[in-house]
Design a protein around this ligand. Structure first.
Ligand code: 13P
Ligand code: ZN
Ligand code: NA
Length: 282
């Protein structure tokens, strides 16, 4: 059943847990995420990235919303990391319950302006905005500890920011990074508790791929109520496709009437679903 992001996140927080937010790129990944959620009888958030929305447009967004609607558990659809108000509005009109208005690379004042406009827009759709203050360092070589530190969320600024924007959820930068890093730097839990003491809205943790269960649980205990996972799930899907290609070879067997396609997608979907299940059990 179709749910609102903020309701899922608020309810999770009240129960001292977090809701898993997984990026999807296709119907198969959507099925992987929903299959895991339904089996575990847990709510979930399906997230679409800007590049996917640019490529898939209205059909992708509406198909994702329809899949959420048909699920046996509450599922919300969310637009991830978007700095484009027009795209945010299109996605809300197509059924997304929320968007991350990502002004994290803007100046503090410009970030406030973007986020405030997005929040006003969202409320006219009965939707809500996740905002981001501070930004996540990439995983490219050359990212220094100083660069990571300079980009962390500042607790008092976070309070001013949330009050000035009307954002309903806040993504924090506490040393978390996007992508899979085998030995990620430890999260700054002291900073997270300072942010939590300044800000009333639920906190969101991005970059959960590569983070250990203990780190994720610690973050949840300090007020994080939405955990974003992308790379690990996508990698499982793509790795299964690559393995299948190695095994089966590049030539489709025309006599199999599409069975090869279905076999491949079934294997890749199962691999992605296993990763989602593991995260949902954290
Ligand atoms: P990972 O790719 O590290 O899981 O990050 C996901 C994310 O933050 C999506 O917004
Ligand atoms: Zn993110
Ligand atoms: Na990560």
């Amino acid at each position: 059943m179709l749910a609102k992001t903020l309701e899922l996140v608020t309810e999770a927080r009240q129960h001292g847990v977090a809701v898993g937010a997984f990026n999807t790129y296709s119907l198969e990944l959507t099925q992987a995420i929903l299959g895991a959620a339904e089996q575990l009888k847990q709510p979930a958030i399906l997230q679409l990235g800007v590049a996917s929305v640019k490529t898939g447009g209205e059909p992708l967004v509406k198909a994702t919303v329809l899949a959420a609607q048909n699920a046996s558990v509450p599922v919300a659809v969310h637009l991830d990391h978007c700095a484009d108000l027009d795209m945010i509005e299109r996605c809300l009109a197509w059924g997304c319950a929320s968007a991350l208005a990502d002004g994290s690379h803007l100046s503090f004042e410009e970030n406030i302006l973007l986020t405030r406009q997005a929040a006003a827009l969202a409320s006219s759709y009965g939707a809500t905005i996740e905002a981001e203050l501070g930004y996540l360092a990439g995983t490219e070589d050359g990212v220094t500890i100083e660069a990571i530190k300079a980009s962390l969320t500042h607790p008092e600024q976070a309070r001013t920011f949330v009050e000035a924007t009307g954002a309903s959820m806040l993504a924090v930068a506490i040393g978390n990074v996007h992508g899979f890093t085998p030995n990620p730097p430890p999260l700054d839990f002291e900073l997270l508790s300072q942010i939590a003491s300044q800000v009333d809205v639920p906190l969101i943790l991005h970059g959960a791929s590569g983070l250990g269960k203990e780190s994720i649980q610690h973050a949840i205990s300090l007020g994080v109520a939405k955990i974003n996972v992308n790379t690990e799930v996508r990698t499982a899907f793509l790795t299964a496709i690559a393995a299948w290609g190695q095994r089966v070879g590049p030539t489709p067997d025309v006599r199999r009437r599409g069975q090869d396609w279905l076999d491949l997608m079934r294997e890749a979907t199962a691999a992605a679903r296993a990763v989602v299940t593991e995260h949902m059990q954290t």
